[in-house]
Design a protein around this ligand. Structure first.
Ligand code: PMT
Length: 223
């Protein structure tokens, strides 16, 4: 689908899994491939939006009409998003951001000893929550990767992080979530379940999601 319903809108999309290094050659990350976020960025550009994609580790490369900012860590993603947030109309957070990072990042390769190794981790900043607390009219869409009680946790995220929509994928179902071309999602808004999507290509999920965003922003503008 391509229309101009998002013409003039500035959209910030995040994609991929952040990388938190232990030393120059070892790191903590997750299975996010960036496919979901890249599909949203592409669909938004097709609808006439001005799109910036903040991408952590990902398997997709370039996208026509999309400015891609490559980052590595949760902290770099936070700074990249914050520095653009004020000039943004819509933020869609499809990235899988690390909740913890190593307290110490060794500058040289860590050596092994005979005993156990204990690595201390500290919390990263929750980017979505930070944006939710700061927002002044921006339309905020969060993702929720859940394996159980999807609705309960999605609604909890929506309220706690002040999101306008939360897209929940049940990552325990085959064909949904991390590192596949398809997804199965439920979208939640303030009033509860808004849309259920069956197994679809991520590109199709992106299109349906953006239609929902455009529709809700139009309604909000008329109120
Ligand atoms: O990249 P793909 O392989 O295509 O996979 C897509 C996906 C499964 C990664 C994607 O659809 C998805 O669900 N992304 C969110 C994954 C996630 O981290 O969920 P969460 O429930 O831990 O986090 C909830 C929300 O808070 C997310 O919007 C996340 O971006 C945000 N968050 C989390 C932690 C943190 N420190 N900062 C954040 O902003």
């Amino acid at each position: 689908a391509s229309s101009n319903e998002l013409a003039g809108k500035r959209i910030l999309v995040t994609a991929g899994g952040t990388v938190e290094r232990l030393d120059p050659v070892r790191y903590l990350t997750n299975d996010s491939s960036g496919k979901m976020g890249f599909a949203i960025a592409e669909a938004a550009a097709n609808r006439g939006a001005e799109v910036t994609l903040i991408a952590a580790r990902n398997t997709v490369e370039t996208l026509e009409g999309v400015q891609i900012i490559q980052v590595e860590t949760a902290e770099e993603m936070l700074q990249a998003v914050l520095s653009r947030f004020e000039q943004t109309d819509i933020v869609i957070k499809a990235a899988a951001v690390a909740d913890y990072r190593p307290v110490v990042r060794a500058s040289t390769k860590m050596k092994k000893n005979d005993g156990h190794l204990v690595i201390e981790l500290e919390r990263t900043t929750d980017i979505l929550q930070t944006l939710g607390e700061m927002k002044k009219g921006q339309f905020l869409v969060g993702f929720a990767a859940e394996t159980e009680q999807v609705e309960h946790y999605a609604m909890d995220k929506l309220r706690r992080k002040h999101c306008d929509l939360v897209v929940a994928n049940d990552v325990s179902v085959e064909g949904a979530g991390f590192n596949v071309d398809t997804n199965i999602v439920k979208v939640f808004g303030e009033e509860g379940l808004v849309e259920t999507m069956p197994l679809l290509q991520k590109r199709e999920v992106a299109n349906l999601l953006l239609s929902l965003v455009a529709q809700r922003m139009t309604l909000a503008a008329k109120e």
